[in-house]
Design a protein around this ligand. Structure first.
Ligand code: SF4
Length: 307
């Protein structure tokens, strides 16, 4: 990026009292202009704590919506409002309502990768970073309806021993990460740790879960593991641009994608150019129905309080 663009972004940020939050899956150029980087949990916390008047959310639409739910007094701008998410799209409020109707005393736990309307019908939100804690804290004896990611749901059932009803949704990016890919990586890189996101297609595989070289973790968890591990080589089985930050925080260590092309095209719809347009013209403002926003706030607040 040229110096003029960077200076213009800084000037507009000052003018609007704006902050740029970016997800680790954003393209490296976008990550590099962000004030804060994070995974879904970290960015929700940052949005809630920010004293900026405007938040430019460099992520897919549900992420900007989550910031708007938490920050009704701030302007939240989405640089690419058409950037969707296969996982969030796998469940609608109408389909969730029909599912819930079959379990009158059920507790609904929704991954944060859902629309505001789905969150409004949810009891608890979670991310991959805190799903275990959320599920462990739920009362016994009532059905748990977990959605929309069935891979994450199976993984959490394994870790907590809690039985849950699972929605049959997947992230089409992470679903491609197979047991065979990971086994090939284990053979090819015998000294490497393998970092896998629990949304991956192989996350409920018993053999991989028992392998001490395989670490299932959220993106923030991967960053912590890479910093503390004695390993110097890591195979990364998640969205490929996560490697940008892993490398920045761990110079001298080597990060290898598990396979080429594990890439979320929707996240790449956010560009330096459309971030600049948001700041310049106030485009992409997220507007929510107030009733939905207020109801969606409760499960997100519960998620943030549990840590
Ligand atoms: S990587 Fe998957 S879950 Fe994440 S934003 Fe893209 S489609 Fe959604």
């Amino acid at each position: 990026m040229d110096r003029e663009t960077r200076e213009e972004i800084e000037r507009l940020k000052r003018e609007r009292n704006a902050v740029i939050l970016a997800h680790y899956y954003a393209s490296p150029e976008v990550q590099d202009i962000a004030d804060h980087l994070g995974d879904s949990l970290g960015l929700s916390r940052l949005a809630a704590a920010s004293d900026a008047d405007t938040i430019v959310f460099a992520g897919v639409h549900f992420m900007a919506e989550t910031a708007a739910i938490l920050c009704p007094d701030k302007t939240v701008l989405s640089p690419a409002p058409d950037a969707g998410c296969s996982l969030a799209d796998s469940i609608s409020a109408a389909r969730l309502a029909a599912w819930k109707a079959g379990y009158p005393d059920g507790i609904v736990v929704s991954y944060v990768n859902t629309s505001a309307a789905v969150k409004a019908l949810t009891d608890w939100c979670c991310t991959s970073a805190n799903a275990v804690k959320v599920v462990q804290g739920l009362p016994e004896g009532r059905p748990i309806l977990f959605g929309p990611d069935r891979h994450l749901g199976s993984h959490i059932m394994r870790l907590t021993g809690r039985k849950m009803e699972l929605w049959d949704g997947v992230c089409t990016v992470h679903d491609r990460i197979s047991r065979e890919m990971v086994e090939d990586a284990l053979r090819e890189w015998p000294d490497a740790d393998i970092l896998i996101h629990p949304e991956a297609g192989c996350s409920d595989d018993a053999g991989l879960n028992a392998n001490p070289r395989v670490i299932f973790a959220s993106t923030a968890g991967m960053l912590r593991h890479a910093a503390s591990s004695r390993a110097v080589t890591f195979v990364v089985a998640t969205e490929e641009d996560t490697i940008h930050q892993l490398k920045k925080e761990n110079p001298g260590k080597t990060f290898i994608p598990v396979a080429p092309g594990i890439c979320c095209g929707e996240m790449k719809k956010v560009t330096v150019r459309n971030v600049l347009e948001c700041l310049r013209y106030g485009t992409g403002k997220v507007v929510l129905d107030e009733d939905i926003r207020a109801r969606a706030m409760l499960p997100i607040k519960r998620m943030l309080e549990i840590g």
